[in-house]
Design a protein around this ligand. Structure first.
Ligand code: FCB
Length: 457
């Protein structure tokens, strides 16, 4: 039996835009994801989150689901546009009331609420004023964080300011595959800084409004490995880990922006005034102020080799180790590499001295639906969860201060640009009828939660 600490959080995670639907209900304003998904060609099939899992109306059922599973924690995000429909200004009480009822319902069910304030759905009104590239948006975020934590601060256990600022930065503003769909390196760099700055500004306000809670931020930290020890391959790894991981981790832990990546970003002269021209005195200290925990979203490994070599033999700069089948890769095309979770946790705990860690997301996309017996036999997801939880357990054994695990996701849901094609849930959702069926992986995970551990497979 791999036994976890008694007070370990066994949770599931979701995000507002991916599950709530009701995109115009009760005074909600338009977000950049509403705008983006309503723009032809931006998401697979033109899918939108207009209805999603209709969680906005079905949240009592969804709490019951978690209760049935035996989870003791739930991470969800708040839609900024339900609280402040235009980003700033008067608070929409109906929006606050929705989340207040949800939090009360969770507590009544014995489930600790963990709130993500920003899971990518910026009010469109703020985007119209420049979005995260504009420093004012960081100030608006603080007003929003204040309004939410004044209302929920007496009941929330965990506050996560931002979810995966790297994805909001690079996918939203460089590749453009996420909202707001911008492709501008200089804007992306400013966005990254304002996201981090808003975290630093909001943290003391959250502490003040919610003194019994813990405050942190969630980063996506996957495992990047060089294909060989050659200087060129090691450099390929550095170039990937740099912008995705160190660009965010280093400033949060007092090291400033990594100089090598500053140089890389300006290699083509995209920043005539210097890469860090948007950084003002005091910003770096604000960003580096200590928090209670770091949230980690971990999914996969990428093995990198030098671009020059890849071009020479006309193969991609990533290496595929072993067979490319569903036992080794999920349907997202992400390699399954549980050891990367162990290594990531160790890196954070020992290299960055993070005081406390939560795995705020980890999970797998497999399309399995109900079989003839009406059950969802998603055995590959069970293996994925078991292997990753075992890696988390091993990390605890070597002294990593890991305090909880939130699987992604409670429900199949709207997977951003992939629409409804990728199913990450431990609960299957019929998008026509909104019926939910707990998958076998959900049963397995719920048992582990109730027993505080599981037998190694
Ligand atoms: C993460 C996101 C989450 C979900 C998973 C699969 O990057 O935070 O919303 O889309 O990936």
């Amino acid at each position: 039996m791999l036994t976890f600490p008694d007070d370990f959080l066994w949770g599931a995670a979701t995000a507002a835009y991916q599950i709530e639907g009701a995109w115009q209900a009760d005074g909600k304003g338009e977000s950049i994801w509403d705008r983006f998904s309503h723009t032809p060609g931006k998401t697979r099939n033109g899918d939108t989150g207009d209805v999603a899992c209709d969680h906005y109306h079905r949240w009592p059922d969804d709490i019951r689901l978690m209760q049935t599973l035996g989870l003791n924690a739930y991470r969800f995000s708040i839609a900024w546009t339900r609280i402040l429909p235009h980003g700033r200004g008067p608070v929409n009480q109906a929006g606050l009331d929705f989340y207040s009822r949800l939090v009360d319902g969770l507590l009544a069910a014995g489930i600790a609420p963990g709130v993500t304030l920003y899971h990518w759905d910026l009010p469109q009104a703020l985007q119209d004023d420049g979005g995260w590239a504009n420093r004012d948006t960081a100030a608006a975020f603080v007003e929003y964080a204040d309004a939410v934590s004044r209302c929920l601060g007496d009941r929330v256990k965990l506050w996560i300011t931002h979810n995966e600022p790297a994805v909001a930065t690079w996918n939203g503003h460089l590749s453009g595959e996420h909202a707001p769909g911008i492709q501008d390196l200089a804007a992306a760099a400013a966005v990254s800084h304002h996201l981090l700055l808003s975290h630093g500004w909001a943290a003391p306000i959250l502490r003040q409004n919610s003194p019994a809670s813990e405050v942190g931020i969630t980063l996506n930290i996957n495992w990047f490995a060089a294909a060989s020890r050659s200087a060129a391959d090691l450099d390929a790894e550095r170039r990937e880990d740099g912008p995705w991981t160190r660009w965010f981790l280093d400033p949060l832990y007092g090291r400033g922006y990594p100089a090598d990546i500053v140089a890389d970003l300006n290699a083509d002269g995209a920043f005539p005034h210097g890469v860090l021209s948007y950084v003002q005195p005091g910003d770096m200290a604000t960003i580096a102020a200590p928090t209670d925990f770091l949230g980690v979203n971990y999914y996969y490994r990428t093995i990198l080799r030098s671009r020059r070599m890849a071009e020479a033999d006309n193969l991609p700069p990533t290496v595929v180790p072993g067979p490319r089948d569903l036992d080794h890769w999920t349907e997202m095309g992400w390699e399954i590499y549980p050891d990367g979770l162990f290594k990531t946790l160790a890196r954070l705990a020992f290299d960055y001295q993070t005081p406390k860690l939560y795995i705020t997301e980890n999970g797998a996309s497999y399309a399995d639906g109900p079989g003839p017996d009406g059950r969802v036999h998603d055995s590959r997801r069970i293996i994925y969860l078991r292997q990753h939880l075992a890696a988390a357990w091993r990390a605890i054994q070597i002294g990593v201060p890991l305090a909880g695990y939130f699987t992604w996701s409670l429900l199949d849901n709207f997977e951003w640009a992939h629409g409804y094609a990728q199913r990450f849930g431990i609960t299957w959702v019929n998008y026509e009828t909104q019926e939910r069926i707990i998958k076998q992986s959900g049963r397995w995970y719920g048992e582990a939660a109730v027993n505080g551990g599981f037998a190694p497979g």
